[in-house]
Write a protein that binds this ligand. Structure first.
Ligand code: ZN
Length: 390
């Protein structure tokens, strides 16, 4: 059987840090519930020390969402680790993700710490986190710009102190695929015995500043990484993160090349993309791979001719694989009023608060009978209401 690549979704943490996106607790729960349906292995639900709202959201997700590991982020600071543990401990499968910068520029300019001080912090804080939670992940931030020797030393310290997942981030999106693959290979070679003995998973977290996030993640997987950190629609800081749907569909479509599997229920991809886009207000670019409106549209006459004869002439995946529902699909039963209001506005309806609430209520009733609510359902209800009031 093919080996597994774990999918670590950070839509609710890194993705939520996208400029322009912000999610309330209710919206985060809707997304987390959908991520569980998508069957991601790990949900990074937030950065609990950053605000009370974020703490509450992570706590609620840990209490309510079953299936995936629920993870929270923490710096190598006791207060962060305590706060994260307070939030994730309600999950059946809690994880604390501890990070500290290891590149010279970050250590000198941001942390003002020496290499030795950083090593001490890792040793102490990973051991402390481990005393609370059995599942600890460690990230040397800005790893791709960290001196290779020091990076290995930091990772070795983290594993010896109790980390069982080691995440190598390309924090600033600087790496090139071949080079990044080599860095992963180096870690696996240098620390081979320790990694095997402690059953450590090597993970990657790539940013898309140069458009390489997916390619870098796949190069790392080829080199032996077995966890990929990603977000729905590739949202995240600046140019975003590695897109979950792209990494998963690469592994799926090119099984002949990778010979690896994920646990993802790919039929839920399209729906998840829609929900995240609606709730974050971050539109998916039309030509985006896998989930863009045009991803499966064939305009050119010569293509259409081929498609009519045999779909496989130009199509390497079929839209149904990823649960494509066309343009009309909107949202499920747990959707909030805001998403509905936005659709109404986009379609020229300017209802007052009470009416929107009435429409939302009607849609929820409809969602009890019908699995998915389509845009046309919303507009139909709005139309009827308009007629009634004349
Ligand atoms: Zn990031």
């Amino acid at each position: 059987m093919a080996e597994k690549v774990l999918i670590f979704d950070t839509t609710l943490r890194d993705g939520e840090q996208s400029p322009g996106a912000s999610l309330n607790k209710q919206e985060k729960l809707i997304i987390a519930r959908q991520l569980a349906k998508l069957n991601v292995d790990i949900i990074e639900a937030g950065f609990p020390v950053s605000s009370n709202d974020d703490f509450e959201a992570v706590k609620q997700i840990a209490m309510q969402i079953k299936g995936p590991v629920i993870c929270g982020l923490a710096r190598t600071i006791k207060k962060d680790i305590d706060r994260t543990w307070e939030a994730v401990k309600y999950s059946d499968k809690p994880r604390i993700h501890v990070f500290v910068a290891t590149s010279k520029i970050h250590m000198d300019k941001k942390l003002k710490k020496t290499e030795q001080e950083i090593i001490e912090m890792i040793k102490e804080m990973i051991a402390y986190a481990k005393s609370l939670c059995p599942d600890i992940e460690f990230s040397p931030e800005d790893a791709s710009r960290t001196d290779a020797g020091f990076m290995i030393k930091a990772i070795e310290t983290a594993i010896k102190s109790g980390a069982t997942t080691i995440n190598i981030p390309d924090t600033v999106g600087y790496a090139e695929p071949e080079e990044f693959g080599k860095r992963i290979k180096l870690v696996l070679e240098k620390l081979k015995d320790l990694i095997i003995k402690k059953n450590v998973v090597i993970s990657v977290h790539c940013h898309n500043d140069l458009g390489n996030a997916v390619a870098n993640s796949l190069a790392a997987v080829r080199a032996g990484a077995r966890q990929v950190e990603c977000t729905i629609n590739g949202i995240g800081e600046r140019a975003g993160n590695c897109a979950l749907e792209e990494v998963v569909m690469n592994l799926e479509t090119r099984k002949d090349y990778f010979n690896l599997e994920t646990n993802i229920n790919i039929k839920e991809i399209f729906k998840t993309s829609k929900i995240v886009s609606e709730l974050t207000n971050l539109e998916v670019q039309r030509n985006k791979a896998i989930v863009g409106r045009n991803a499966f549209a064939h305009e050119a006459g010569i293509h259409q001719h081929g498609m009519i004869k045999d779909k496989s002439t130009y199509e390497i995946m079929v839209p149904e694989d990823v649960g494509w529902l066309g343009e009309s699909f909107v949202i499920g039963k747990h959707s909030g009023k805001n998403a509905i209001e936005k659709i109404l506005k986009e379609n020229g309806y300017d209802f007052e608060e009470a009416k929107i609430r009435e429409i939302t209520k009607k849609l929820k009733e409809l969602a009890d009978i019908k699995k998915d609510i389509l845009k046309k359902d919303i507009l139909e209800i709005a139309n009827n209401l308009n007629k009634k009031t004349g």
